[in-house]
Design a protein around this ligand. Structure first.
Ligand code: CA
Length: 241
């Protein structure tokens, strides 16, 4: 059975056809811009369950044989599941480890220049080597294989506590590229520790409710195109009427 090609086979002898075709093409362009503009609002990426498969772990510094082991717990979080880390620190040792959430990246080329970042996480120490022991914490990003960190979220808490630092932008980091020519950006966090004593120590801690809120720069060009499309459409309709 052959379906009739309704519409497409109909001849156009009036003078408005090309105007309408142009208007429809523009509408298509406007439509694709609309989908991009939808990203003009904030993009929130968060993890409160911490499937190990979603995260990479990179030891960026280790002195004196310090190590970090990573795990997950199905209870005791804030609430439920959380991500566990344990630092084993021989005498006079130190370590710094970057954890990156690999399940999402922000591509400025597709989503637009990244304007600002709001970050928050919940922290806890579950096994402290001595009262008042601290764990170093910062926010971390990775771009083009390079790590950049910012903020000081060093914590001593032994109950869940939130770290909600100030809003960041490109200048908060050493040398990343948040513009449309920048490579995709990945997000995570850093943990560090040091032992300046002559005895080995272990420090166990956790993270929950890791959350990144990304704000792209609004693009006024889209709004202008939208207006142009609407005007051409209005013109085409007037011509037909
Ligand atoms: Ca949780």
């Amino acid at each position: 059975m052959v379906l009739p090609l309704a519409g497409t086979a109909r001849g156009r002898s009036d003078g408005y056809a090309w105007e309408e075709v142009f208007a429809r093409l523009l509408l298509l362009v406007v439509g694709s811009c609309l989908s991009a503009a939808a990203h003009g609002g904030a993009i929130v990426v968060s993890d409160g369950t911490f499937d190990p498969a979603d995260w990479s772990v990179t030891v960026v510094s280790s002195v004196g044989g310090a190590t970090e082991t990573v795990g997950s717990s199905e209870s005791g979080g804030n609430p439920g599941d959380y991500r566990t880390m344990s630092h084993q620190l021989p005498p006079f040792s130190s370590i710094a480890v970057v954890h990156i959430y690999e399940a999402f990246s922000y591509d400025p080329g597709a989503l637009g220049t990244l304007s600002s970042i709001d970050y928050s996480e919940d922290q806890i120490q579950t096994v402290v080597p001595f009262p008042g022991a601290a764990v170093g914490a910062t926010f971390a990003i990775r771009q083009d294989g390079e790590f950049f960190v910012t903020g000081d979220g060093t914590f001593t808490t032994t109950t869940w506590a939130g770290w909600t630092p100030t809003q960041w932008n490109e200048s908060s980091f050493a040398n990343p590229d948040f513009s449309e020519t920048g490579a995709p950006i990945f997000f995570g966090y850093l943990r560090s520790n040091s032992n300046e004593s002559g005895g080995g120590i272990t420090n166990e801690h956790g993270i929950d409710n890791w959350s990144v809120e990304l704000m792209p720069v609004p693009e006024p060009a889209h709004a202008l195109l939208l207006m142009a499309g609407a005007l051409v459409l209005a013109g085409a309709h007037r011509a037909r009427g």
